[in-house]
Design a protein around this ligand. Structure first.
Ligand code: PLP
Length: 359
């Protein structure tokens, strides 16, 4: 009997049983030829996933670790953070904790970051000389997808020396990420969202320009030193002992994503899941985010019935939904429709939700 997905949290997401099985394979040494072969295949597929010819690698840490790493490698003094919710705000908190001068360009919760407002900010702060600008592709707390291509273009025009650091944690594998054509410098994604693996590693793409910048920062630390990751990646290797079970699972999952389901079909399934979710919840819940920028991987909804009641009643029926986040914690609940969830399983969950949410 095939297992059906009943777990609709916006990360960690439901993991297919055959992928869980990959985590139980026998160990190999991370300096062995078998590991090199495994990693070579992973990196070739990561380049397809990030749509890049530049360097990719894998870090054994959650996404927050690599957000910190991106700042440590690319920023000496000052960074501009674009925010539109709790996770984009995380860049701000990390930057402050590292002692940088951190400026912010805020969009209201539920809205996307406005390229014109960003252009205006950069034009007014020409002398700030930002080392980097951060962008969150998909804001998981509100269910908004930012127009990264337009935002990067603004940075290139108004602050050409600034590197662009992109969080694609809840988009990569569900929404197209076009690292090279965007012109981004760092793009990172932990794997427990649309890539549908258990949490524990983060995949990264880094531009040649970002490596050049890192060379100018002598105190990059050791564990998160991007230059060390690049030197090792060029030799199909990693700087220190990685979570080898995750590498097995990542290889199998990339095989599925790229040559099994295929990226165009995967992106289309995510768009369909968004449309179905919107259509079927419209009678009893309002989409909390601007529909023009609504995410294909997560929807935050403001229901008629209290959100906590909905989640508790759904739990009784075997379904787990996500809670509201941050300033929307009490008023919304979230449906994660990302990763490997089959459309039919989403529909079955929405059948149950209809009974609960219409009161
Ligand atoms: N960025 C976004 C958009 C997220 O959704 C999350 C986690 O939910 C993070 C960053 C943090 O990632 P991690 O929990 O892997 O550190």
């Amino acid at each position: 009997m095939t297992e059906t997905a009943k777990y609709f949290v916006p990360g960690p997401t439901w993991v297919r049983p055959e992928i869980l099985q990959e985590l139980t394979r026998p160990m190999i040494g991370h300096r062995s030829n078998e590991f090199k072969e495994l990693f070579r295949g992973i990196n070739a597929d990561l380049k397809s996933l990030f749509m890049t010819t530049q360097t990719t690698f894998v870090v054994t840490a959650s996404g927050t670790g690599v957000m910190q790493a991106a700042l440590e490698n690319c920023v000496k003094r000052r960074v501009l953070v674009t925010t539109c919710g709790a996770f984009s705000e995380r860049w701000y908190n990390i930057g402050e904790s590292l002692g940088y001068e951190v400026d912010r360009q805020d969009a209201e919760w539920g809205n996307a970051v406005d390229p014109e407002a960003l252009a205006d900010h950069l034009a007014r702060h020409q002398r700030a000389h930002y080392d980097a600008v951060t962008i969150t592709h998909n804001e998981t707390s509100t269910g908004i997808t930012n127009d990264v291509a337009a935002l990067v273009q603004v940075v290139r025009e108004e602050a050409p020396d600034a590197l662009v650091l992109v969080d694609a944690v809840s988009s990569l594998g569900g929404i197209p990420v076009e690292f090279d054509s965007w012109g981004a410098d760092v793009c990172l994604a932990s794997v427990q969202k649309a890539i549908a693996l258990p949490p524990g590693i983060t995949v990264v793409a880094v531009s040649d320009k970002a490596f050049e910048r890192a060379k100018k920062h002598p105190y990059r630390g050791t564990y998160f030193d991007f230059l060390s990751y690049k030197k090792n990646a060029d030799d199909d290797s990693v700087p220190s002992t990685p979570s080898i079970p995750h590498f097995y699972a990542l290889a199998a999952q990339l095989e599925h994503i790229i040559r099994g389901e295929g990226l165009p079909a995967r992106f289309e399934r995510h768009r369909r899941m968004r449309e179905i979710t919107h259509q079927r919840t419209a009678r009893y819940a309002k989409l909390a985010a601007d529909p023009a920028h609504a995410s294909a991987t997560v929807s935050a909804l403001t229901p008629i019935v209290p959100a906590a009641t909905i989640r508790a009643e759904m739990k009784k029926r075997g379904f787990t939904l996500g809670g509201g986040y941050g300033q929307w914690a009490d008023t919304t609940f979230r449906i994660g429709h990302m990763g490997d969830i089959p459309v039919a399983d989403l529909e079955a969950m929405l059948d149950a939700l209809e009974e609960v949410a219409r009161g």
